[in-house]
Unconditional design. Structure first.
Length: 219
């Protein structure tokens, strides 16, 4: 597939490494420009591009940037993406550590619903509680008893299926975490956040979540 990755930090960089190794055609972008991605491109064979070009022809687009930077993404970003493309949001709201106060999220809007409204396209929330190094170190074949499962939330069922299939290809199981309005179940400091568990453990952790945002993750 053609896959666009916007953000080349820990998650974006390791997704670039894994997805190119699996044979996908990856275009990767960051806020500092393609010239700063020469090393990653040489290592992986990915194509470094400007942010505005990252989604061109892509069947899956991953947005993995600080939440506060989402409104600064260029308009028309997905105009040239493939028809029916899936948009993955890996973001988390860290008001004290990074993002500052975002009033709508403080008032109860889920992080990914806020992101979706700014991007103007349905999102699938995935990888937000995943350790970046695990993408390299912990993939296992389907059926392995130690295979880690990741929660996946989204309203577009077709897009969610596409994302879950990609995660399976990456070497991880998935658990359907509901729609985007349910995605608070996987926000920071929820029981599933950072959990290295299998399908049953992840499902149990999602069920135990409460909607109140922890004090440490409020502005």
């Amino acid at each position: 597939m053609k896959i666009g990755i916007i953000g080349a930090g820990n998650i974006g960089g390791n997704l670039t490494r894994r997805l190119t190794a699996l044979g996908h055609e990856v275009a990767v972008a960051n806020s500092r420009g393609p010239q700063t991605l020469a090393g990653l491109a040489q290592e992986t064979g990915a194509t470094p591009v400007e942010v505005a070009e990252a989604a061109r022809g892509a069947e899956i687009v991953v947005v993995t940037i600080p939440l506060k930077a989402v409104p600064d993404l260029p308009s028309g970003l997905f105009d040239e993406a493939a028809e029916g493309f899936a948009l993955i949001d890996t973001g988390n709201y860290y008001p004290r550590q990074r993002d500052g106060l975002i009033a709508e999220i403080e008032a109860g809007l889920t992080e990914s619903r806020w992101t979706e409204r700014h991007l103007g396209h349905p999102v699938v929330k995935a990888f937000n509680g995943t350790y970046a190094q695990d993408l390299l170190d912990r993939p296992l074949p389907a059926g392995h008893p130690d295979r880690v499962a990741l929660p996946v939330a989204g309203d577009d069922e077709a897009a969610k299926r596409k994302v879950r299939a990609l995660i399976d290809e990456l070497g991880f199981d998935t658990v359907d975490a509901g729609g985007i309005d349910d995605s608070w179940r996987q926000q920071p400091e929820s029981p599933v956040y950072g959990l290295r568990g299998g399908v049953e453990e992840v499902a149990e952790a999602l069920a135990k979540a409460t909607p109140e945002r922890p004090e440490g993750f409020r502005a």
